[in-house]
Design a protein around this ligand. Structure first.
Ligand SMILES: [Zn+2]
Length: 223
């Protein structure tokens, strides 16, 4: 837990914060905070453990989601953990199990996080899953691109969009429907204009794609 938090803090400080400065509108910039970023990371990992895994096919046969979705499984599973994680945060707040102060900041931190993960490349599961989510939410009007080329969250639309994508992915997984997974990924998991625009800006100011943790104590033990 200590390592996870320290690594997350470094990612936030050196990557997410600079991304927010460039890609998020001034009014919403202060809503990008470490608490939301880190709580969502935890929720993402928890959500891998819930949702459909063992399923029953229409012909009555037992199978698993991984077996049915094959090469499409990883991208869809990463997108599920992210978007259902966001849905779960909203649920936990509504049950008074998490502070209400997270409500707006988790969506804006998530938006900034989209640009971070897409930079791993959309041929990799996390990047592919993230492009799907960004483009879905943008399509539904939950994310808005302004004339100054910065983005903001429309809080009146984001909840519904998060829920509809969660439902879409979980239904595909529950059915083990590879055809539907393919249609969804083909339509949304691509490098669209708003994504390209942000990635170009991040290239220009040279925000790092990732950090490389150094563990001095572990090295000492190995010596
Ligand atoms: Zn994951």
């Amino acid at each position: 837990m200590v390592i996870l938090k320290n690594v997350s803090e470094a990612k936030f400080k050196h990557i997410l914060q600079p991304i927010a400065d460039v890609c998020i509108t001034k009014e919403q910039q202060e809503l990008v905070d470490f608490e939301s970023f880190f709580t969502h990371t935890i929720c993402h990992e928890c959500c891998h453990g819930i949702g459909p895994h063992t399923i029953t096919l229409p012909n009555g046969q037992k199978s698993t989601v991984r077996l049915e979705l094959q090469e499409l499984h990883s991208a869809l599973e990463e997108a599920k953990a992210d978007i259902v994680g966001l849905w779960a945060l909203r649920f936990l707040i509504s049950q008074d199990l998490l502070p209400k102060s997270l409500l707006k900041s988790m969506y804006v931190s998530f938006l900034a996080g989209c640009f971070r993960s897409v930079r791993f490349g959309i041929h990799e599961a996390h990047g592919k899953g993230q492009a799907l989510q960004f483009n879905w939410l943008y399509d539904k009007g939950a994310f808005i691109l302004h004339p100054d080329e910065k983005f903001s969250v429309d809080f009146s639309k984001v909840e519904g969009a998060v829920e509809s994508l969660s439902r879409e992915i979980l239904t595909i997984q529950a059915k083990g429907d590879k055809e539907a997974a393919n249609v969804l990924l083909q339509k949304y998991s691509k490098m669209t204009q708003p994504l390209k625009l942000s990635l170009q800006k991040l290239e220009d100011i040279q925000v790092p794609v990732d950090i490389a943790p150094i563990f001095p104590i572990a090295n000492k033990i190995l010596e």
